[in-house]
Design a protein around this ligand. Sequence first.
Ligand code: UD1
Length: 355
Amino acid sequence: MAKRVLVSGGAGYIGSHVSVELIEAGYDVVVADNLSNCDMTCFEGVKKITGREDIPFIKMDFCDIKAVENLFDEFKIDAVIHFAAFKAVGESVAEPIMYYKNNLESFMNLIQVAHGHGGCNVLFSSSATVYGEPDELPVTEKSPRQSATSPYGNTKQICEDILRDSVNAYVTGDSTVHIGSDRPGPIKGIALRYFNPIGAHPSALIGELPRGVPNNLVPFITQTAIGKRDCLNIFGNDYPTPDGTCQRDYIDVVDLAKAHVHAVRRMLEGKMENDYEVFNVGTGKPLSVLELVKAFEKVNGLSLNYKFAPRRPGDVVAIWADPTLANEKLGWKAERTTEQTLASAWAWEKHLADK
Ligand code: UD1
């Protein structure tokens, strides 16, 4: 029998790519999403790409603990990948309580119920934002976390801690806090710290669907190229970097999705060296905003309307990963080139325009 993986927030950008890779690797997938920040476009795309019409979809909110219980009563879950969270940095500054309530409560409900249903392997989608402005580059998993600059970033740190503490506390499998059946079990956990996920599936059937004006760089670029936006503002060209613009580690979303499959396999095959593990998921190669814009223009044969604008408050100057640990322990490595990734982002934007 195939092992079953629950993907919370599985109708979203990263969750849909992860669902495809899991199915293609032979896992059964259950997708659960409250559709608060997406519609069914990507879930329909997942079905088309995989040729699987029978993927269970549950519309639910992980803040509703009864709904989480019902889910675990209905399905035997071998591993869960948790994406269901709010993710806009600026909005989290304006609405901190909404972010803390949603992002923390949903994750605590999930762990509590999973613990009460025989235990579970839990993979948390964390972020390089936990490193803040690093003192040394590239960052390894041992690099210190810095205090978060936004409630969003803080929820990533707190959820990492919730997972670590739950793994430590429930290692024997027993406790009094579990909810659900009378067979509490251990929690094992992996946190993947993503750098900057970009691009879309090569089929152009799933990709990023930002609501309103995009905050992130690549959707803003593709929307400018297609004519939805007049001009890309490059935030800051006076940073202490080779060309004055910020440097990031842009990771192809399909490569990123594959890292999840490797991590799930490590958990399910009992290969973890510790019951709680953390991995950087990046390419290890920095790219500046300007380099990325130029690469986008070149690979897609177009010229982008952009201008330099003041620095954006809260941006770090430069961050990129040392992905050695993931390379060695997960047996995973980023494979797609920047050109392939930027071509896929553009193909997805054109696909949206055709619809
Ligand atoms: C942000 C979040 C990160 C989150 C990620 C999701 C912080 C500090 N950052 O990363 O936690 O995981 O989004 O993808 O919490 N830029 C422009 N013009 C634009 C948009 C962006 O010049 O219109 C620049 C930014 O200044 C930055 C780079 O592009 O240097 C990347 O920005 P963005 O895509 O928003 O990602 P991050 O801020 O790195």
